[in-house]
Design a binder for this molecule. Structure first.
Ligand SMILES: Nc1nc2c(ncn2[C@@H]2O[C@H](COP(=O)(O)OP(=O)(O)OP(=O)(O)O)[C@@H](O)[C@H]2O)c(=O)[nH]1
Ligand SMILES: [Mg+2]
Length: 577
């Protein structure tokens, strides 16, 4: 391993030989360099008229020699964990003189070097002043920068600075700070990145990402909308932005970055490598929430199937990801974001076993579908009208089901909470509508825009069950800034499921916390589009009678009526007591 890295094109044999000889150099451990090494580097650098750099480990050995600036220096890939430094320092020349450059300092930070030093070289090839910088501990309020630049020294004093002592002090400080924070911290801390490519609703998307993150159990410590007209192939946002985010994460003690767009397998790996942080995309986040909330056999099967399908293309050469998944216990409740699984199955399977597992799950789900079909037929014979409650996630569907069926007491009550995708399993309850009689109300999984394809495929059967409804109650959170976007997303999904023709009543929910003017505008716009709306508060039980009437009318139009109801009506109309 004595190869000279970097731009060696056009160098003479003798020059290469002298560069290779640098590998034989040793310096006193814990020093930046020696005056001899500084002279040697300056001479070579002047000779080849390029920057020359060496990477030195803590035992004073030269690990790599590169004809390159700091950024281009050959560095070993292994990271020593986020609370440690890399264990190497970089010593290189500045043939045109000058202090440490922005790129030198960013290499120091991004590669977690013990230190970076630049030796100025004069026109005669003699070493001049040496500039050195090392990192500062994370979150130290006094420090503006991620690094501290030491006063420059002449090259003959290069071995006076005790880098070893500095590094142990710094590592101890980093470790101590990490321990305290770890002890205080209950949830994973996340940085959110939503890329804004010019769409009107980028802000809402970021807000929704925040809700998803919160539901998944993360504490959001920083969020950013990154405007990018053109996405960078590898890292989406580009190296500079990643560096900025890494610095933020360092100071805010964030464990992971969550991207609002779906990342390709290679992209996730590249961003992970560049930032040293765990990277999760929106799809993974949603899968994770589904995994946490999955109850009952069918949802568990569906979630696991979706997770496996998402993961399969990402397993090729994804060492980090694999070990990450393998590290979790696989139980729904524990584990870190992006690693939770619905069942007891550990996901450290190779691709073939994944294919087997996928086939198995598909088979199981087919069986469930058959049973579902049988249930469905027996219900159809019942002739009881079915009211399907649909809507965007967290709109208040389950709360409405509880309110309409008076199922306020356990165990009849359906779980309703301020979490996205609280409901994953369709739940039916008997209800009563005056003028109609017995009805079945069905609450189901919430919708979300850009539902990950793997999930929508896995939940297809569940979603299709909505098709059994005779009328839909579309619950819309009228207090949300994104209400119209939610309405459109739900409409689009119903369209995809070929359910757009079902008669529907839109329940504008949460009017208790909606701004009256906004509510009126929303109602007006929907009515103009030919949509029937009723303003309600499922929580405060307001407007429920109006909603019941609207549903009953829609059912009447479908030909449902309580036996004898028509006669009673006509008797009333004719004044018979
Ligand atoms: N202020 C207010 N909050 C409501 C109202 N209806 C529901 N909520 C709250 O909204 C949150 C979500 O309610 P859920 O009934 O779980 O919503 P959902 O549509 O079933 O949600 P998912 O099953 O997660 O898709 C809960 O915190 C409810 O208490 C309402 O009329 N007013
Ligand atoms: Mg629900």
């Amino acid at each position: 391993m004595t190869k000279v890295h970097g731009n060696t094109s056009g160098l003479k044999k003798a020059q290469l030989k002298s560069l290779e000889n640098l590998y034989r150099r040793r310096i006193e451990p814990g020093r930046i360099g020696s005056p001899e090494l500084a002279r040697n580097l300056a001479e070579l650098s002047a000779d080849v008229r390029r920057e020359v750099s060496v990477l030195i480990d803590r035992r004073g050995r030269v690990l790599s020699v590169s004809v390159a600036d700091a950024k281009g220096t050959e560095l070993p890939e292994n990271r020593q964990g986020e609370n440690r430094l890399s264990g190497y320092h970089l010593l290189h020349t500045h043939p045109r003189g000058g202090e440490l450059s922005k790129s030198d300092l960013s290499t120091l930070f991004m590669r977690r070097l013990d230190a970076v030093s630049a030796i100025e070289v004069d026109s005669e090839g003699r070493p001049g002043r040496v500039h050195t910088a090392h990192l500062t501990p994370p979150g130290s309020a006094a420090e503006e920068e991620d690094w501290r630049i030491l006063p420059a020294v002449p090259s003959y004093e290069i071995d006076e600075f005790d880098l070893g002592a500095q590094v142990s002090a710094l590592e101890e400080e980093i470790a101590r700070a990490a321990r305290t924070r770890e002890a205080q911290k209950e949830r994973e801390q996340a940085i959110l990145v939503q890329i804004d490519t010019g769409e009107v609703d980028a802000e809402e998307r970021l807000a929704e990402l925040g809700e998803l993150a919160r539901t998944a159990g993360a504490a959001v410590v920083y969020r950013e909308l990154v405007y990018r007209r053109n996405l960078k192939a590898g890292t989406l946002v580009g190296a500079g932005k990643l560096e900025e985010l890494t610095s933020r994460a360092y100071h805010l003690d964030a464990d992971l970055v969550i991207f609002g767009q779906e990342l390709g397998p290679a992209q996730a790996r590249e961003i992970e490598a560049a930032t040293g942080l765990k990277v999760v995309d929106r799809t993974q986040l949603i899968l994770d929430i589904f995994a946490q909330h999955a109850q009952g056999q069918e949802s568990r099967l569906q979630v696991e199937l979706a997770q496996l399908r998402y993961m399969k293309p990402r397993l090729l050469g994804a060492g980090a990801q694999l070990s990450r998944i393998g590290a979790s216990g696989g139980s729904a409740a524990s584990g870190a974001i992006g690693t939770r699984g619905p069942g007891e199955t550990k996901l450290e399977l190779d691709r073939r076993r994944i294919n087997d597992r996928i086939a198995f799950l598909e088979g199981q789900l087919r069986e469930v579908a058959v049973r579902r079909e049988q249930r469905r037929k027996s219900r159809a014979r019942n002739d009881v009208p079915v009211v399907g409650i649909v809507g965007y996630t967290n709109a208040g569907k389950s709360t409405l089901l509880n309110a309409l069926t008076h199922a306020a007491e356990e165990p009849r009550r359906v779980l309703a909470e301020n979490k996205l995708f609280a409901t994953l399993r369709p739940t039916s309850r008997q209800g009563y509508l005056s003028g109609v009689g017995q009805v079945v109300l069905t609450d189901t999984v919430g919708f979300i825009r850009d539902l990950p394809a793997d999930l929508s495929r896995a939940f297809r059967a569940t979603l299709e069950e909505i098709g059994d409804s005779d009328v839909l109650v579309h619950v819309l959170d009228a207090s949300s800034d994104a209400a119209e976007l939610h309405f459109e997303a739900v409409t689009r999904i119903l369209d995809d499921l070929e359910l757009a023709d079902l008669p529907a009543v839109v329940a504008l929910n949460k009017v208790d916390q909606a701004r009256p003017a906004e509510l009126a505008r929303l109602q007006e716009r929907l009515e103009q589009a030919g949509v029937q709306t009723v303003a309600i508060s499922a929580f405060k039980r307001q407007g429920l009678d109006e909603l019941r009437d609207a549903v009953a009318t829609a059912l009447h139009r479908q030909g449902f009526a309580q036996p004898g109801y028509a006669e009673m009506q006509s008797q009333l109309a004719h004044g018979a007591d």
